[in-house]
Design a protein around this ligand. Structure first.
Ligand code: NI
Length: 214
């Protein structure tokens, strides 16, 4: 189930980060794709280095500080983050993300949108759900987080440039169905006005997490 964090960054933070990301050197995105994904990937990614790392560190901090992120992801480790640029008809065809990235299991994938959606055409992230495809194109500063076990693609960018930060997270809870139960309980705790009910829901959530965390 994809969840939108809107905003993840404030307007001011987004502006600073977009400017920093735009000035980075970029290289062919196929370098980090798996054997199958490489055949459908035509985008660019920021070359690793201190300037790129500074951008990625800020995104990682913003995610880690977001209460909804903790409730959805139960983050254990970040596998990798990348700044990605797609333009000139570039796209990323249907693929599933690698299960293991840099030795870390990827349970959740995220995309933080940095470009103004009016400044480019196409570039929707399309996530294949059981029943339908969901096209996601968010305002600058917003992010979507979704289970890494889904097929998805990025539609061709036919005008302008799509600048995003993408990344993968290892969760304490590998099973998306279990994470969804924990998230529902979290939402019930947030919604209830009854302190006794909140305590019992909270106890159930903690004890399920204790059983499932690994
Ligand atoms: Ni992907």
């Amino acid at each position: 189930m994809p969840i939108v964090l809107d905003p993840l960054l404030t307007a001011a933070e987004t502006q600073v980060m977009r400017a920093a990301a735009q000035s980075l050197p970029f290289q062919d995105g196929a370098l980090t794709a798996g054997a199958v994904a490489r055949t459908v990937k035509s985008n660019e990614q920021a070359t690793p280095g201190p300037a790129t790392q500074a951008v990625l560190d800020k995104v990682q901090s913003a995610l880690s500080a977001h209460p909804l992120f903790a409730a959805i992801a139960y983050p254990r480790a970040f596998a990798r983050l990348m700044v990605t640029r797609t333009q000139g008809g570039g796209q990323y065809g249907p693929h599933v993300d690698n299960a293991l990235i840099a030795g870390t299991r990827a349970d959740l994938s995220f995309t933080l949108f940095l470009s103004d959606p009016q400044s480019y055409d196409g570039g929707e992230l399309v996530i294949a759900d059981r029943l339908e495809d969901r096209a996601v194109k968010l305002p600058q500063g917003a992010a979507v987080i979704y289970p890494s076990n889904t097929l998805h693609h990025v539609a061709p960018v036919t005008r302008g440039a799509r600048l995003v930060v993408v990344g993968w997270v290892q969760s304490w809870v590998a099973d998306p169905a279990r994470r969804e139960i924990l998230f529902d309980l979290w939402r019930a705790i947030e919604a209830t006005q009854d302190p006794e009910q909140a305590r019992l829901l909270s106890k159930s959530r903690s004890n399920l997490l204790r059983m499932w965390a690994r």
